[in-house]
Design a protein around this ligand. Sequence first.
Ligand SMILES: CC(C)(COP(=O)(O)OP(=O)(O)OC[C@H]1O[C@@H](n2cnc3c(N)ncnc32)[C@H](O)[C@@H]1OP(=O)(O)O)[C@@H](O)C(=O)NCCC(=O)NCCS
Length: 184
Amino acid sequence: MAERLNAPVLKTGMGASPSRVRIPVPPPFIFMNIDIVEATLSDLNALSSLEEQVFDHLRYHTISKKQYRYLLTKGKCHIYKAVSDGELVGSVVVFHRKSSAFARLYSLAVDSAYRGQSIGRKLVEHVADMMRQKGCKGLLCEMRADDNRLLDFYQNLGFKITGKLPNYYADGAQGLKLKTLFNV
Ligand SMILES: CC(C)(COP(=O)(O)OP(=O)(O)OC[C@H]1O[C@@H](n2cnc3c(N)ncnc32)[C@H](O)[C@@H]1OP(=O)(O)O)[C@@H](O)C(=O)NCCC(=O)NCCS
């Protein structure tokens, strides 16, 4: 109904033609404030629900709730969450050992209702900032070789393909190894 109220009315043809065309107007752009902070055990349910929503266990290696609990309490990793209006809308797990020059991105996920609004990019950029501060030289990750949009996403963030992982995913799909180096 709102679309009809907003629609400008254009007259078509020459003179006072009675025919009118309604052009739908897209909703106004709403600025979304996104905070990216480290997740805690209190985020366990939300992280686990997002993982279930985003990753099909027949296609990906998924993280169970039990594994998330372990990662949040004892894992050698950081888990960052993207929050909008108090709601967890994205997350990423980053494995990093003090002795390693590279940190590994794992399970990057944005709620399907919030995609295409740069939340994924912000999560990766935040991880890069944090890992740079810890002395890392860059980031590594793996992705499905059959996901061209995802490859665009990573390449736009400076990642390059460094190798292939045959029969890597649960359904036998090939994986790609990606790497980006920080500008120092
Ligand atoms: C990949 C993902 C995290 C990107 O999050 P996002 O907040 O939508 O990303 P951004 O808004 O910063 O960037 C959008 C770009 O992401 C890429 N993209 C990849 N997969 C996408 C998807 N399923 N939906 C929307 N964009 C996708 C596109 O290049 C898109 O650019 P375009 O809109 O010009 O086509 C999100 O799509 C997602 O959770 N996908 C499913 C899980 C996944 O594949 N994770 C990576 C595992 S290695």
